[in-house]
Design a protein around this ligand. Structure first.
Ligand code: MTE
Ligand code: MO
Length: 258
């Protein structure tokens, strides 16, 4: 098993390739398309490096009950303000459904009760936000891979997109809805779950009720809350800003490996 330090060094090494390729100051980082494509290469390297060093199925570290953070901060949206969501809350999410569609053989709609009746995985993991805080929480939910096997992915499917109930940035064209995406390696990873339970209790609104993604080898912003729809797609270019996520459309890396 590679030590975290070596792994971080190696990842830094991969990212450094961007500078080796000729990026100098931060100003150079701002606009040029070449810079963007170089950064994309660096990001591709860090994803490949992580997977090469750790393997496609290597688990993120799991902790014990004793490690649970006494306080787990809520970040980003902590209360979606759209009327549909408020109605779901008022009905204890009994009318909420998760829609699974896109490039699948058998599209499905699952209620919260349906999801809770499925076999679940529980994991205690550390959540790392890019803003510089971490918290350890216990998550219980349905392995995404099992759900995808049930609906059956069409051969063209390459990514899984997660649509959320919060419009993070109000805009006329609807480009401000929170969304995220992962590829099939992460979608079928054993620790990738749709969590309905946190620290042994029903997921609170601030943490993404009634259902949120946990994709444990990536940073906080990938952990989409308030899920409404899961869509299998062949490419990410046609969704919203085209970069595969709300924050990705605003400059963050799509592969947020940690
Ligand atoms: N739908 C939605 N999901 C989201 C966000 C958000 O604003 N909306 N914020 C992200 C960020 S940046 C982080 S760090 C985590 C925070 O999860 P928490 O509120 O449970 O701590 O959720 C992520 N998922
Ligand atoms: Mo975050």
């Amino acid at each position: 098993m590679t030590s975290i330090l070596t792994r971080r060094r190696f990842l830094i090494g991969a990212t450094m390739t961007a500078s080796a390729l000729g990026l100098s100051g931060c100003d150079a980082l701002v606009e040029s398309d070449r810079t963007k494509s170089v950064l994309k290469i660096a990001e591709g390297l860090s994803m490949k490096t992580q997977r090469f060093l750790l393997g496609d199925n290597a688990l993120a570290r799991e902790f014990t009950e004793a490690d649970l953070s006494p306080v787990f901060r809520a970040n980003g949206t902590s209360m979606p303000d759209n009327p549909q969501y408020l109605d779901w809350i008022n009905r204890q999410f009994s009318t909420w459904k998760l829609d699974i569609g896109g490039l699948v053989e058998k599209p499905m709609q699952l209620s919260l009760a349906d999801l809770k009746a499925l076999p679940a995985r529980t994991q205690i993991t550390r959540h790392d936000c890019v803003e510089g805080w971490s918290a350890i929480g216990k998550w219980t939910g349905v392995p995404l891979g099992a759900l995808l096997n049930t609906v059956g992915l069409k051969p063209e499917a390459r990514y899984i997109v997660f649509h959320c109930a919060d419009e993070y940035e109000k805009s006329l064209d609807g480009s401000g809805w929170y969304y995220e995406s992962i590829d099939l390696v992460d979608a079928f990873h054993p620790q990738t779950i749709l969590a309905h339970t946190m620290n042994g209790r029903e997921l609170e609104v601030a943490h993404g009720a009634p259902l949120r993604l946990r994709v444990e080898r990536q940073l906080g912003y990938k952990q989409a809350k308030y899920l409404t729809r899961i869509e299998a797609v062949a490419d990410l270019g046609r969704l919203y800003g085209g970069n595969g996520g709300f924050w990705e459309d605003r400059g963050y890396e799509w592969y947020a490996g940690i």
